[in-house]
Structures are given as structure tokens and as C-alpha cells.
Design a protein around this ligand. Structure first.
Ligand SMILES: NC(=O)c1ccc[n+]([C@@H]2O[C@H](COP(=O)([O-])OP(=O)(O)OC[C@H]3O[C@@H](n4cnc5c(N)ncnc54)[C@H](OP(=O)(O)O)[C@@H]3O)[C@@H](O)[C@H]2O)c1
Length: 217
């Protein structure tokens, strides 16, 4: 049985992705900030993890250190709120802690668990793409965190090539979740299916994917 770790499986895209892999008979490890989940499965294990807290990251890694992983999906993330226009350093610090620094700290600590031919998928956003029109200037902290995450994906892809581990960024489009809100056109099951396809069919190392496949950074 293959094993995947998906951070932030309590809600939204993370939860839908956990359910997709469980349906396909994978062992799924996931996390929530409370340590609780509102669903169960015999092949599902949940852990407490707060990516803004390095002690929480260390405690989580110590619980999973003996488990080999086929895939790591760095899904957990925060928006920093929707009212920011001019960059607010407090919001930037908070968002970078979760979406970039905690994510990278966790990933570095888990590299030894990832099997050769393993894969890492970092859940990014079109809002972090330099190729998109960002002239509204909205949510700068979130955009910066996802743009930085994209560069992390590229450097990690280069650094892990010798270990035969492949890395990509993937952006799910605008999705109906607590973060995306009720007006979003996509359901969480859509990105779950696309993440499944990236794992099942493979992807190019160090590339940015979206709902329709490979895309511009
Ligand atoms: N929804 C969209 O339209 C959209 C678009 C582009 C990209 N994305 C990206 O997709 C990913 C999932 O988004 P979503 O819409 O599914 O969000 P969501 O519904 O708000 O769920 C966020 C998940 O992240 C976890 N989380 C939040 N803060 C955390 C922390 N400090 N440490 C560890 N885990 C934490 C949450 O756990 P708790 O339940 O315990 O709080 C939850 O499981 C994010 O990286 C987001 O940036 C979403």
C-alpha cells in the first residue's frame, strides 16, 4: 500500500484530496491544527500540526519519522485575510511563517522519509504567478508567500534531483472552501482529482501546474 502525507486534511482541498487517495486504497497521513478531523477511515491517520510553530513541526515529524512516504502534498495554508491592500508586515510575517517557512522546515525534516521516485507537490496559487495580471494589488502578503513558494519548489526540485525525488508547484484555481468562499466556481473535488492525476501519471520536475496542466510561473 502506498503512503501519502497531505497537510491540512481537515477542510477544503486537503480534505477532498485525502478522500480521493483513500478511495484509491492509499494509506493517508494528514494534519489539522486542532489534531481533530470530522471523518474517519481505517487507512487514515491524523496528527496535530501548526506550521507557524517550530516545536509543533518537530513534534509532528518525530511521530512520523519511521514512516516511508511515496508522496508529500504541502497543502495547508492561510490567506492572511482579504482586506490587505498596502502590504502589512504583521500579515506578511504570519503568512510567510505558515505558507513558506513552516512548510519548508517540515519538508526538509521529512526528506529522509521520502522514497526514491517519491514526489512532493506544493499547493501554490495563481495569485503567486508573475505571469498573471496583478494590477489590483490585492492581498500582497498572500501573493508574496505563494510566489516565494514557487521559487522554493524550483530550488527544491534542483536540490532533490540526485535523490530521485521530483517536486512541482500546483495551483488549484478558485475553489469553494473556507478560504475561497461560496462564489468560487470550482469544487474541492476538482483539485483533488488533478492532484490525483499528477501523482498517478507523473509530472515534470520543477514545473508549475494548474487545472489544465503545465502553466507559466
Ligand atoms: N480555495 C482556493 O480558491 C485556493 C486557491 C488557490 C490556492 N489555494 C491553496 O490551497 C490550499 C488549501 O486551501 P483551502 O482553500 O482548502 O483552505 P481552507 O479550507 O482554509 O483549509 C486550510 C487548511 O490548512 C490548515 N491550516 C491552516 N493554518 C494552519 C497552520 N498554521 N498550520 C497547519 N495547518 C494549517 C487548516 O487546518 P485547520 O482546519 O486545523 O485550521 C486546513 O486544513 C492552501 O495552500 C491555499 O493557499 C486555495
Amino acid at each position: 500500500m502506498k503512503t501519502i502525507l497531505i497537510t491540512g486534511g481537515s477542510r477544503g482541498i486537503g480534505k477532498a484530496t485525502c478522500l480521493k487517495f483513500l478511495e484509491n486504497n492509499w494509506r493517508v497521513l494528514t494534519t489539522s491544527t486542532s489534531g481533530k478531523l470530522d471523518y474517519k477511515n481505517q487507512n487514515l491517520q491524523n496528527y496535530q500540526l501548526d506550521l507557524s510553530n517550530s516545536e509543533s513541526i518537530k513534534a509532528f515529524v518525530s511521530q512520523v519519522h519511521s514512516m516511508p512516504l511515496d508522496v508529500l502534498v504541502n497543502n495547508a495554508g492561510i490567506s492572511g485575510g482579504f482586506s490587505e491592500k498596502l502590504l502589512d508586515p504583521k500579515i506578511l510575517r504570519k503568512v510567510l511563517e505558515v505558507n513558506l517557512i513552516g512548510l519548508a522546515d517540515l519538508t526538509n525534516r521529512l526528506i529522509g522519509n521520502i522514497k526514491p521516485e517519491g514526489r512532493i507537490i506544493n499547493i501554490s496559487s495563481g495569485m503567486g504567478a508573475f505571469s498573471e495580471d496583478i494590477m489590483d494589488g490585492w492581498m500582497p502578503s498572500y501573493r508574496i508567500s505563494k510566489a516565494a513558494l514557487n521559487m522554493y519548489s524550483r530550488t527544491l526540485a534542483a536540490n532533490l534531483k540526485s535523490k530521485d525525488i521530483e517536486v512541482c508547484s500546483y495551483e488549484p484555481g478558485w475553489v469553494k472552501t473556507d478560504m475561497g468562499g461560496k462564489s468560487a466556481p470550482r469544487e474541492p473535488s476538482h483539485p483533488a482529482e488533478e492532484i490525483w492525476n499528477l501523482v498517478a501519471h507523473g509530472f515534470e520536475n520543477g514545473v508549475f501546474y494548474g487545472p489544465t496542466g503545465k502553466r507559466e510561473w
